[in-house]
Design a protein around this ligand. Structure first.
Ligand SMILES: *Cc1c(COP(=O)(O)O)cnc(C)c1O
Length: 389
């Protein structure tokens, strides 16, 4: 452990970790199993693999229909087109850009809503003001880091204002809300199998729905059997499906390991001033894929961005989320006429994601937490030295 300022990498010391610890860590299947499962696939082409994967996903999500697609972004675009949405769509600003880009590509106008300070997701209270002021065709909620939106509240708003409701569930594979699986809320929910997500298919995504008509139409579109102008094709290959099947085998174990890692973080930072975890809902099923924290600079002693610089030099590749908010980022910003979203701004200034996942073990997390305590205890002299150097 570090015992003096000079030992910090930012001041010339050796990095805390020999390996680089990124935040998005891919959960890869075992090489032997991978080889064994791909051999027959290369012989036969694996025509039934996509359906097999979709069936396995639909049991995991406990939902009637699952359609695998190229990625979550394409999935969201497809849904916007198939629901025949026109005009404005209400969505959070505190999210990954694709949540807003997909509707934009599909010809819709995103209108940004604020989020709840605890779940970092949409609630009835944060969306209703936007519904009152605009003619909104649909509400697109994001279950941020696997914590659900106020799905009951949004369903109510959908009824009251005649808007369709669906979800970006990119982070939420295997998570529940009040005991019900995410995948069953709204008209449909879109999941991502991108490398940083808990379940990988070497890029990919899926749409989950209990609506058979919608599912049939989506499937026709994906398979090129029908066409809606402006909607992109979004195929999913047998090779992706086979990778997904291997990932699904690993999923229960990964979920448990992830939970252990987040619990260690929580324990080790519990007495660290100005540092708090955006916690997964422990009482739910949860993939626990993301270790996210909020930093209050006065109490911690350093602001989030300075801390991130220090950590990166230690090979702890922490990342800010989402800076700036989408309402302040091109092409969505409006020359100072952006909506006022105080909670979003508050979160954008404070949120930091730390490494967790496949390449980060409990020992790494313990070291990271000790380093955080060291930085806090020496924050005054670190600040002075940063200014001087
Ligand atoms: C990753 C992510 C997406 C996009 O997923 P892709 O599969 O890469 O298209 C969309 N929304 C959120 C919230 C994400 O984190």
């Amino acid at each position: 452990m570090k015992s003096s300022l000079e030992e910090l990498a930012i001041f010339g010391g050796r990095a805390l970790s020999d390996k680089i610890l990124p935040v998005g860590q891919v959960n890869l299947p075992d090489w032997e199993k991978f080889q064994k499962s791909y051999r027959p696939l290369l012989r036969t082409g694996g025509a039934s693999k996509v359906e097999e994967f979709e069936e396995r996903m639909s049991s995991l999500l406990n939902v009637r229909h699952v359609l695998a697609v190229t990625n979550a972004t394409d999935g969201l675009m497809l849904v916007c087109k198939l629901l025949r949405l026109k005009g404005r769509i209400a969505l959070p600003s505190f999210t990954f850009a694709a949540t807003a880009q997909a509707p934009l590509w599909a010809g819709l106008e995103p209108v940004f809503c604020d989020v709840d300070k605890n779940t970092c997701a949409l609630t009835k209270q944060t969306v209703e003001p936007v519904m009152k002021e605009n003619d909104i065709a649909a509400i697109l909620g994001v279950h941020m880091w696997g914590n659900a939106c106020d799905v009951a509240g949004l369903a109510e708003l959908g009824e009251k204002y005649g808007a369709r409701v669906f979800y970006d569930a990119a982070h939420a594979v295997g998570c529940t809300h009040q005991g019900n699986n995410i995948g069953n809320f709204g008209e449909c929910e879109v999941f991502s199998f991108h490398a940083t997500k808990v379940l990988g298919t070497t890029e990919g995504g899926c749409i989950a729905t209990n609506d058979q008509e919608l599912f049939r139409e989506m499937k026709k579109m994906r398979d090129g059997d029908s066409c809606i102008p402006g909607a992109a094709p979004c195929a999913f290959s047998p090779a992706q499906a086979q990778f997904g099947l291997l990932s699904l085998d690993l999923f229960p174990e990964i979920k448990n390991l992830n939970r252990e890692k987040l619990l260690l973080y929580k324990k080790r930072i519990s007495d660290l001033p100005g540092f708090s975890m955006i916690e997964p809902k422990w009482e739910e099923e949860h993939n626990c894929q993301y270790a996210v924290f909020k930093i209050e600079k006065e109490e911690f002693g350093l602001d989030r961005d300075s801390l991130m610089d220090i950590l990166v030099r230690e090979h702890i590749h922490a990342r800010r989320y989402f800076v700036p908010g989408l309402h302040k980022s091109p092409p969505f910003n409006q020359n100072g006429k952006e909506p006022c979203l105080p909670v979003t701004d508050y979160l954008c200034e404070r949120v930091l994601q730390l490494p967790s996942g496949a390449n980060t073990n409990l020992e790494d997390i313990d070291k990271i937490c000790s380093l955080l305590h060291f930085i806090h205890e020496n924050s005054k002299s670190i600040k002075a030295k940063l200014r001087k150097d």
